[in-house]
Design a protein. Structure first.
Lengths: 144, 499
């Protein structure tokens, strides 16, 4: 297993805190960071033909927005700490996609911020963090 | 826009007092044209006492040819189609693009409509129980036609600089014939198709749908909406307007979600009704088979039943008409064949599953109580078959019919738009004019009885299968080559599974 840490970012403060914890950890162990932004998406939804036609352009702009508004600035944080970093934006179910990305990039640990989902919300939709912990194949650090 | 609505209100307002007047004028002006076009398109050859419309023969011969030429792709490709829809071959790096499931769901909600509920009842009334057998057979053969047209739709679609795509038969006809050295002919065929799909979108994909939705609502409310067609029309037109012009996606999204559930709900209740009549089921199935080959009591005998079954199947699943090819063209894929394979499932779901279930509901009711429906035909007959078991069923059924009609209108507004942009260019203003025109026709569909205009539109939709299938014959070798190469690469593992 390579010496890499995956950080799940979503533009929130929780994500930023997870990044700081990961940077601290990586500075001690000399690990590289993989910064990820997962855009919630499912292949099993229903759309009009017009929406199908616009989908490609919309996807491009979603990826661009994720890169520009979140990953670009967080990337700078890692570089200024003197660490190596790569960034990934991907569409999918958040927990499942993070698990897949961890496998693809062969990371040794996942860092994620606590999302502060309300009890009702997580009872209905399930908590992203909880399902990540249940399904991840590497240790997960949840940063409060 | 205001002016358009003003005109509409005027039209609607004058409806009650002068309906007959307007209808008469429009009818008498268009009837001769409708009759002429109808006679040409639905030209019938009498064979052994049955009347065989040439256009149905043209579609069926095409479907049989493609089934054999593609080596029974409708059977061979079935398992792979399910794997594709499940996402087994979806590359995670292209997640976020239109998935195979989404493309299939959109195309299916364009075809599942009133025909699945009412069309089958018409087939069984006119062609006897045996028509069901031929309906299923036509659905099975139609799978091959769909495969060819949807593969071509993706292969020859046009990509614009800003990344949006337009595709469908008009594009593959133009480009495909050009590649075969028949540029002028291809241009003519493409334009012809585009005009046909544009007018068809205003009729079969629009006025017919809103009209049927109104009739259903009126029936279920016990005639409370008599004379209020203008109101229902305006509301429907308003909702369609908000989706296709206003871009209010939430309404579209809700419908697109409701339609599949409606379809599942419909199938589920059908199965329950069939099970409640399970004693009549063996006899109902036996009637389908004996009827198919003896055609007892049907004009034209077995052949008559066959013609009716084939005709209804085509009306329902649109294989050979090329409309689904337009929806599939929007999908971004490096392998056009995969869209073709996924589209195999459309006639399967639409005709082999939903239509057959409807036929069994009616069939078992007929065995148990031959006169269950009285004089009613079409949707009312299906409704009566359900009512025998669940007295409240006509209400959700009418709601389902309304939803099916609405989603069909949304899909066809897009097909017509693609015909329009093919003819007049991708200019935004032109597109808005088309969309407003589409909404006006939605309202008109509920207001006036435009029999001949609907006949013209019906005929044109069938007429466009002439250039479409002709194009498919010419381009089939290209599809076959791609298909063989694709399956070879799946076999060798070059195209790999991700799940």
């Amino acid at each position: 297993m390579s010496n890499k840490l995956l950080v799940a970012l979503d533009g929130s403060d929780g994500g930023r805190r997870a990044l700081h914890a990961a940077v601290e950890h990586a500075s001690l162990t000399g690990a590289d960071l993989v910064l990820t932004y997962v855009i919630e998406w499912t292949p099993y939804s229903f759309h009009t033909p017009q929406e199908l036609e616009e989908r490609h352009q919309r996807r491009e702009s979603e990826i661009e927005r994720a890169n520009e508004s979140v990953l670009a600035s967080e990337r700078e944080v890692v570089i200024s700490a003197g660490l190596k970093v790569e960034t990934v934006v991907r569409h999918g179910k958040i927990a499942e996609t993070l698990v897949n990305l961890a496998r693809e990039h062969d990371v040794s640990q996942i860092y994620i911020g606590r999302r502060g989902e309300s009890l009702v919300h997580s009872m209905i939709f399930g908590s992203v963090t909880a399902s990540l912990i249940q399904t991840a194949e590497v240790p997960v650090t949840v940063v409060p | 826009m205001k002016r358009f609505m003003g005109m509409l209100v005027l039209l609607a307002g004058s409806h009650s007092s002068a309906q007959a007047g307007i209808d008469d004028v429009i009818n008498s002006a268009t009837a001769p044209i409708a009759t002429l076009i109808g006679q040409i398109v639905f030209f019938k050859i009498p064979i052994f006492g049955a009347q065989l419309p040439v256009v149905v023969l043209w579609l069926v011969v095409g479907a049989v040819f493609f089934t054999f030429y593609m080596g029974f792709i409708n059977l061979r490709g079935f398992k792979h189609a399910i794997q594709l829809v499940r996402g087994d071959y979806a590359d995670p790096n292209s997640s976020g693009e239109v998935s195979h499931f989404q493309a299939l769901a959109t195309a299916v909600s364009g075809t599942v409509g009133i025909g699945n509920i009412g069309g089958v009842a018409v087939a069984v009334t006119v062609g006897g129980p045996g028509a069901t057998f031929w309906l299923i057979m036509a659905g099975f053969l139609g799978m091959s036609t769909k495969f060819v047209e949807c593969t071509l739709g993706v292969k020859y679609r046009k990509e614009f600089d800003d990344g949006h795509v337009s595709g469908g038969p008009m594009y593959y006809l133009r480009q495909g014939f050009k590649e075969r050295g028949m540029e002028g002919f291809g241009k003519f065929m493409g334009t012809f198709y585009a005009i046909g799909i544009f007018i068809g979108a205003l009729g079969i994909g629009n006025m017919f749908q809103s009209n049927q939705a109104y009739v259903q609502l009126n029936n279920v409310s016990g005639g409370a909406l008599d004379g209020l067609g203008w109101l229902v029309g305006l509301i429907l037109a308003g909702v369609v307007f908000s989706v296709i012009v206003g871009g209010i996606k939430s309404i579209a999204r809700v419908t697109e979600k409701i339609v599949p559930f409606m379809a599942i709900f419909y199938c589920l209740f059908s199965i329950i009704v069939i099970l409640m009549n399970v004693g009549s089921l063996p006899q109902a199935i036996a009637n389908i088979f004996t009827g198919a080959f003896t055609g007892e009591g049907v004009a034209g005998g077995a052949l008559g039943a066959m013609i009716i079954g084939f005709q209804r199947a085509v009306f329902s699943n649109e294989a050979g008409i090329g409309s689904a090819s337009i929806a599939h063209s929007a999908v971004r894929t490096d392998e056009p064949v995969t869209e073709g394979i996924v589209s195999l499932l459309e006639p399967f779901i639409d005709t082999i599953v939903i239509c057959t279930i409807t036929a069994l509901v009616i069939g078992t009711a007929q065995v148990a109580a031959p006169d269950f429906a009285g004089d009613s035909i079409g949707v009312a007959m299906t409704s009566a078959a359900f009512e025998r078991e669940f007295s409240w069923f006509p209400i959700p059924l009418a709601f389902a019919a309304l939803m099916f009609a609405f989603s069909t209108m949304i899909s066809w507004s897009y097909y017509g738009l693609k015909g329009w942009t093919y003819l007049f260019g991708e200019d935004e203003r032109g597109q808005t004019i088309y969309k407003i025109l589409f909404c006006v026709f939605v309202a008109l569909g509920c207001v006036v009885q435009l029999g001949p205009i609907l006949d013209i539109s019906d005929a044109l939709v069938f007429l466009i299968c002439v250039p479409n299938i002709l194009g498919l014959y010419f381009l089939a070798p290209i599809v076959k080559r791609e298909m063989i190469s694709y399956f070879a690469r799946v076999e060798s593992g070059e195209i790999r599974k991700f799940k």
